[in-house]
Design a protein around this ligand. Structure first.
Ligand SMILES: [Zn+2]
Length: 572
């Protein structure tokens, strides 16, 4: 590690006044050098603050820090000093450029550089279009070029002066203040080491982030031609199957697909905290019209495979695999996909099958802050659209980690809860951090309930007596939040990772609902067979035995070897 003590820089510098006159230098020189180092960090700091939000600002600063502290390391050779000066100047410029690019994208598109919006735009842009774009915004680019040149010149100047500044004399006594500064720097260096050791954190460094970003756009570009073809093939297979709608009159079918919801945390399913007052009110009003599937399971513990399975009727690997959205379209439905996710793969593999695509979230990853309620307007617009047959898919973030970002700030009635749930958890030996995450998770579910209830309310309100409305709600997979062990998050290894809620509501039904319906075990990878029923779609190859609404429904337990003997029965 660098020797950063005041004495370290006190050895004769290769040039500068100290070389000619070594000896005790005033304490203020030491302080001035540290202040200069701090000043050199200022342009980086400014652009980091502009381009990032919250915690990210601190993370970026810890990544910038070693570059600045390096300036206080003793270097003897003029070549070494020159190389350092170049690297420090270029390094600071990198952070400035990075912050500026992010600021620009945020202010112009409300998007991060690695959002689908920006990545797709980049992957879709050829050289001619890039040049046109640059020509169109040349004023801004020129102005920014000037700022950049000024910052570069200033950093170069100041770092040069720092190298030549008189060093402190040997044997000088350090003040208490100096010791305090050294301790602080030691702590900062430790933090910085942690930042570099942590992969997701390290990847934010501009030197790593942007090459990776270029790679992502390349990959996306290559993957697309392919996905277009894949979607076209699915459409052709759907046309070959010739699905038809048997139901007379207009119909609207809604699929509310959510993320990371464990039914065990719904008061609708008997949970101790009141997390679903809205859905429970609907249930009181609707009675048997609204069916809550008590024994619903996902067969995947992560979004991509779960959704791939769902839309492919549980057979994504089959040669003749059908896609639910393609089938619905061919049968005459107009399809909407309204999403609060920002996921290239889901967009390419599923969402783009839709006639109308509304992606309202522009910030990818777990720190995304867009609340699900922001989809309500788009959903209502779709409900009011004049099409005769409508299939509307709403893809929610649900309670995807981080939980605290899935509800409006301050709306956590379970915070520091001293209730039966908390008592039971502490009896099971769950540590405080798990119990706190459970409180956040439950608050996310309470907010989630308000949005799902509103989606159902709008659907009920828009339903007309002479038209049919079918509605299905389910989660892609579950979530472990201290249910079995001290683990929080997606959970392929525990049952909580697969326990999902599922609800069906129909404005009216042609056939009576089977009496045991709500108790039937249900698997999410078969959900498309039930949705096909709600859509009223028929074709050769329909498997009624996988449609939970059908009298011929035949349950088959899914093969889930990763769970061992954890689940003996799919009904509880
Ligand atoms: Zn998920």
């Amino acid at each position: 590690m660098a020797d950063l003590s005041p004495d370290a820089v006190s050895r004769p510098a290769p040039h500068g006044p100290s070389h000619a006159a070594p000896g005790p230098a005033p304490r203020s020189g030491w302080r001035a050098r540290w202040l200069t180092v701090a000043a050199l960090g200022a342009p980086g700091l400014c652009f980091i603050v502009l381009g990032y939000e919250g915690r990210r600002v601190a993370q970026l600063l810890t990544l910038l820090l070693p570059l600045l502290l390096w300036l206080r390391m003793p270097l003897r050779t003029p070549v070494g000093i020159m190389v350092r000066r170049w690297l420090v100047t270029l390094g600071i410029l990198m952070f400035v450029l990075d912050g500026a690019a992010r600021t620009y994208l945020l202010s112009s598109y409300q998007a991060a550089p690695d959002s689908t919006l920006v990545l797709s735009a980049m992957a879709n842009t050829n050289l001619r279009e890039s040049l046109e774009y640059a020509a169109q915004s040349w004023r801004g680019l020129a102005l920014f070029g000037l700022v950049l040149a000024a910052v570069a010149a200033w950093v170069w100047q100041v770092s040069g002066r720092l190298e030549q500044a008189p060093a402190a004399g040997p044997g000088r006594k350090r003040s208490l203040m100096e010791y305090a500064v050294l301790v602080l720097i030691g702590i900062l260096l430790l933090l910085s080491a942690a930042a570099y050791a942590n992969k997701p954190w390290r990847r934010l460094h501009p030197v790593l982030f942007w090459p990776h970003w270029v790679e992502s756009t390349e990959k996306l570009r290559k993957g697309w031609a392919n996905q277009d073809a894949v979607r076209n093939e699915a459409l052709e297979r759907a046309q070959a199957a010739a699905p038809v709608v048997l139901r007379e009159g207009p119909s609207t079918v809604v699929l509310v697909l959510t993320d990371s919801i464990n039914r065990d945390n719904f008061s609708l399913y008997g949970y101790g905290r009141k997390t679903t007052p809205g859905l429970q009110q609907h249930q009181r009003q609707l009675g048997a019209q609204m069916q809550v599937l008590r024994n619903a399971w996902s067969v995947d513990a992560a979004t991509l495979p779960a959704i791939g399975n769902l839309f492919a009727f549980g057979m994504p690997e089959a040669d003749d695999a059908q896609h639910l959205l393609a089938m619905a379209r061919v049968a005459g439905y107009k399809v909407w996909w309204i999403s609060n996710h920002d996921d290239v793969a889901i967009e390419q593999q599923h969402a783009r099958h839709a006639d109308v695509l509304q992606m309202i979230n522009r910030e990818p990853g777990r720190s995304s802050m867009s609340l699900d309620g922001e989809m309500l307007d788009e959903f209502n617009t779709a409900l009011q659209a004049p099409a005769q047959r409508k299939f509307i898919v709403v893809h929610m973030q649900g309670a995807h980690p981080h939980y605290s970002l899935r509800f409006p700030k301050g709306h956590n009635p379970f915070d520091d809860a001293d209730d039966a749930v908390d008592a039971a958890m502490s009896q099971q030996g769950r540590p405080v951090w798990v119990r706190e995450l459970r409180q956040n998770y439950d608050a996310a579910l309470l907010y989630h309930d308000s949005v799902v209830s509103e989606l159902l309310r709008l659907s009920r309100e828009a339903a007309k007596p002479q038209a049919y409305t079918g509605w299905m709600y389910l989660s892609d997979h579950g979530q472990e939040v201290g249910h079995v062990g001290n683990h929080v998050g997606h959970s392929p290894g525990t049952a909580a990772g697969y326990r999902i809620p599922a609800i069906v509501w129909q404005s009216h039904t042609a056939a009576p609902i089977p009496a045991d319906f709500a108790q039937r075990p249900f698997r999410a990878d078969w959900a498309a067979w039930t949705l096909a029923d709600l859509l009223g779609v028929q074709w050769h190859g329909l498997q009624a035995q996988r449609n939970v609404l059908h009298a011929d429904y035949r349950w088959q337990a899914p093969h889930m070897p990763q769970l061992g003997t954890q689940i003996n029965s799919f009904t509880d």
